[in-house]
Write a protein that binds this ligand. Structure first.
Ligand SMILES: *Cc1c(COP(=O)(O)O)cnc(C)c1O
Length: 354
């Protein structure tokens, strides 16, 4: 998009805002009053508009329903201490969205267009941004094939929609995870690095089996040998091993998490060395046995940090030390919070203030 035509806003006459219990938001329970919608037709994105949240006209023959061309993003906007609105790292999310789109043969959305769309919908629903500590406006951009046709083909038409949702602090009790050695989420060369809808659908069944066995999540391993750790559920995973921050290095089967990148970047200022490399199950087992594995946690936009209490490996439950206030995961979570609300200088240029 070269011209930035102003985005038209049609406001709802039936705001749901007064019905929202801001003290008990939970995660993803409410969708804000408005959404951004743009169409891709004849080889170009239209400007798009902000309209009341609601149904979109479409037929059951839209190609995304049949052949899976659907990708999304997940990010957050925060109310800062001085009242400004801060979208966290939208440029980085824009890059990742474009990587996902490219892998699924879908047309790119340039950064300026992406950010203008976010700004338009966030400004319209500004009153939906919660301000208590740990809460945020979760932003869900989604792009899907909307051409109505049955034959297998790359769609010529798409929709780009941005929804938002006020979310509370994501208090998760420490989770029990199971090393998965039968099923795979993604194989190298597949679509694991893309935030595409099908990756989630495919992960539900093994996750459901793990839940029936008393675990909260699976710890995915590589598809070839089931020897190395990929991710945990829909989060990247990190360990404190021998006093160092260790995380699996990125491959085509791992999602390049923005939270992962932020935490790796902040690690130095928190006085810990970092290692991005292959992490084997054998190494974790060893770390449990000799006491050098002191922390394990998932990282992602929704929860920021999700403490792992137990890892199930080859039939044995290995427990991590109880999470302490001075743990690396708690310190880095606090640091990210302070940075995003403006208590601490944003030396990396991550805050996009609107
Ligand atoms: C979204 C996602 C993550 C976390 O990415 P963030 O950018 O930190 O939110 C990790 N793994 C998977 C599979 C994901 O879909």
């Amino acid at each position: 998009m070269t011209t930035t035509a102003p985005i038209r806003v049609t406001r709802t006459a039936h705001s749901q805002l007064s019905q929202i219990d801001f003290a008990n938001l939970g995660f993803g329970n409410y969708i804000s009053d408005h959404m951004f919608v743009a169409d891709y037709k004849n080889g170009a994105w239209e400007t798009g508009e902000v309209v009341p949240f609601g149904p979109l006209p479409m037929t059951p023959a839209i190609l995304s329903l049949h052949y899976g061309q659907a990708v999304f993003e997940g990010m957050k906007a925060f109310r800062m201490n001085n009242g400004s609105i801060n979208i966290f790292r939208p440029q980085r999310h824009s890059q990742r969205l474009n990587q996902s789109l490219a892998r699924m043969c879908m047309p790119p959305i340039d950064e300026e267009f992406f950010i203008e769309a976010l700004k338009a919908v966030i400004r319209t629903d500004e009153k939906w941004i919660p301000s208590s500590e740990g809460s945020a406006l979760y932003i869900r951009p989604v792009v899907f094939a909307s051409e109505s046709r049955l034959g297998v083909k790359i769609s010529d038409e798409y929709k780009f929609v941005v929804l938002t949702s006020p979310v509370g602090p994501y208090f998760t009790k420490p989770v029990r995870v199971k090393v998965e050695e039968t099923y795979v989420r993604a194989a190298e060369g597949g679509t694991g690095f893309a935030k595409c809808a099908g990756n989630y659908g495919g992960a539900f069944y093994p996750t459901q089996l793990a839940r029936q066995q008393g675990f909260d999540q699976v710890l995915w391993t590589d598809a070839k040998e089931h020897k190395y750790i990929d991710e945990s559920g829909a989060m990247n995973v990190m360990f404190v091993l021998n006093g160092k921050l260790v995380t699996p290095k990125l491959t085509s089967s791992l999602l390049d998490g923005v939270t992962r990148d932020s935490i790796l970047t902040l690690s130095e200022s928190l006085g810990i060395q970092k290692e991005e490399r292959k992490v084997s199950i054998a190494e974790l087992e060893e770390g449990f046995k000799n006491g050098t594995l002191t922390e394990a946690f998932g990282v992602g936009t929704a929860a920021v940090v999700s403490t792992i209490a137990v890892i199930h490996i080859h039939g044995t439950d290995y427990a991590l030390p109880a999470d302490q206030a001075a743990s690396f995961q708690q310190r880095v979570k606090q640091k990210l919070h302070h940075l995003r609300v403006g208590n601490e200088a944003d030396t990396h240029g991550w805050n996009y203030i609107i």
